[in-house]
Design a protein. Structure first.
Length: 278
């Protein structure tokens, strides 16, 4: 099997979104798009001023948003009737389809908030599908544990641990890995998938070829291949995310991602006309 190697190491760009929530954006800046992934944000701070304003009601169409909490909590509410409070370890997987208006507001006034939001593109045939909100409780997720590592499976399968998200069109893998110093994480990925690692903290070596040292909070785009090997030079925590490319034209307009500019203009018109939510 062909080894997967480091293709590109990317330092996230400081940004803000919502009502001024400070975050680090990697996918969505450079690269602008890593099919099927549209955006990856890491948000995290112990200073409440960086997050307390949250993400007031705003629309989406044509994408899926995956929010994963590591610390703190967020309260979600949407126009499809979805409602929930995410705490550490929980996941919110929202398929916006034809259109949804939602808010994500911190359920805390102080303390540490830390998490990730990933945007996944939807194929043309699903962009106008019925919105769906999936709340995944941390206690209901499968975790693989051995002497070397702990792998939390949000999507896909690792050993006997299988994620709750099944039958997805991009056949995603989403792992949260904690790897002990000097140990190795090995996994076989489909050669057709686009894959990346996001180092949260620690020191890792990916593949067999030399690469520069990777800092905390860094995105690593991977080459195509089948065999992923990651060694921990020190105890490390990282995400492994992979998905099958959709290979369709993309038109973006703020929170809307469609296939043509005309479809974006229609989304904007629907939102302002009050016909956005079906």
């Amino acid at each position: 099997m062909k080894n997967i190697e480091v293709n590109k190491i990317i330092d996230p760009t400081p940004a803000s979104d919502g009502a001024g929530v400070k975050l680090k954006r990697s996918i969505g800046v450079e690269p602008n798009y890593f099919d099927p992934f549209l955006m990856l944000d890491e948000f995290g701070s112990e200073n409440s001023e960086d997050y307390v304003a949250g993400f007031p009601p705003h629309p989406h169409r044509g994408i899926e948003t995956v929010t994963y909490m590591l610390a703190g909590n967020f309260e979600h509410e949407d126009s499809a009737g979805g409602k929930g409070k995410m705490t550490a370890g929980d996941v919110q997987w929202m398929k916006t389809g034809s259109g949804i208006i939602h808010s994500e507001m911190p359920g805390m006034k102080e303390g540490k908030l830390h998490g990730f939001q990933l945007w996944i593109n939807m194929p043309a045939k699903l962009k106008m599908s019925k919105p769906e909100y999936i709340y995944i409780d941390a206690n209901k997720m499968s975790v693989h544990k051995d002497d070397d590592k702990r792998v939390k499976v949000i999507a896909g399968k690792f050993e006997k641990a299988e994620g709750p998200v099944k039958g997805h069109n991009v056949e995603p893998f989403y792992f949260d890995v904690e790897l002990n110093e000097g140990k190795e994480f090995k996994f076989s990925l489909p050669s057709t998938h686009n894959s990346f690692v996001y180092l949260i903290n620690g020191e890792i070596i990916i593949g067999e070829k030399d690469h520069k040292k990777i800092k905390d909070s860094t995105l690593i785009l991977l080459s195509k291949g089948e065999e992923l090997k990651i060694k921990a030079a020190s105890s490390a925590k990282f995400l492994v995310i992979s998905g099958k490319p959709i290979n369709e034209e993309i038109a973006r307009g703020g929170p809307f991602v469609m296939n043509t500019k005309a479809e974006i203009l229609q989304a904007v018109q629907d939102y302002h006309n009050g016909t956005f939510v079906k």
